[in-house]
Design a protein around this ligand. Structure first.
Ligand SMILES: [Zn+2]
Length: 245
């Protein structure tokens, strides 16, 4: 283990966050309680401002491809500005019910990102995602999922096996704190090959950043720090993917 600590769940004004990437970098670098080595920007992508549902994949791509390219360029520029001081990763958060009908096109649009967090997914969705997550061009994880509540009719054992097989990572999020060491899910996770990330879901309230240290301490106590997803930022320019249809 290399001990690097990343907070991979932060929003900026690109979606509904209050702080710019530079401000978030400053805020993380100036923390006295813990040394943060990198942050991930995980703005909401693929949501129309009017919540109007795109009619088909073609319209979806027309609306969201330019936006995604602009987002990626913005985060990459910040990555360069902060090089040597703080690592900056480019992630995204996507809303499963709103986006599940356009996965083929989304998969292509995510090319060049480091990871994606999927929120509001149910068990049917997780099994659908699990069937294809390994073919996605970036790491795929569950955003702030309370497993017991999110998948009430499925055993945690089945959830963890599904995630391990599909290489879907699990995000420990500040909204779930305080979590106890004795939590059954936290005890189950280290027994399976599921990677974990830390995230604060930063929007406008910076008190969430205080949770980074207790979350990391909890991962160390449960042995999950050994399973933290630690990756180098995707550096290659987005490659056109095969068939989008
Ligand atoms: Zn979020």
């Amino acid at each position: 283990m290399n001990g690097l600590i990343f907070n991979l769940h932060n929003h900026t004004p690109f979606s509904d966050g209050a702080y710019s990437i530079d401000e978030l970098c400053d805020l993380h670098l100036s923390r006295k309680d813990i040394k943060v080595d990198g942050i991930g920007i995980s703005d909401h992508l693929f949501r129309t401002p009017t919540s109007r549902v795109p009619a088909d994949d073609r319209e979806f791509e027309r609306i969201f491809a330019p936006e995604t390219a602009r987002y990626l360029a913005e985060v990459r520029a910040a990555r360069e500005r902060w090089a040597g001081k703080l690592q900056v990763f480019c992630g995204a958060e996507i809303h499963w019910p709103m986006n599940k009908g356009h996965l083929n096109i989304i998969r292509n649009l995510l090319s060049g990102l480091d990871y994606v967090l999927v929120e509001t997914i149910d068990w049917a969705g997780l099994t659908m995602l699990a069937n294809q997550a390994r073919r996605w061009p970036c790491h795929v994880g569950l955003a702030h999922a309370d497993v017991g509540e999110r998948f009430p009719n499925t055993s945690q054992d089945q959830v963890v096996r599904t995630m391990a097989n599909a290489r879907i990572f699990y995000e420990l999020n500040a909204v779930m704190m305080p979590l106890r060491e004795s939590d059954p899910w936290l005890n189950l996770l280290p027994k399976h090959r599921v990677f974990v990330t830390l995230g604060t879901d930063t929007h406008d309230d910076l008190t969430c950043l205080r949770a980074i240290k207790p979350m990391y301490d909890l991962l160390v106590k449960t042995g999950l720090d050994q399973r933290m997803l630690r990756f180098a930022p995707a550096s290659a320019p987005p490659q056109p993917q095969a068939a989008t249809a």
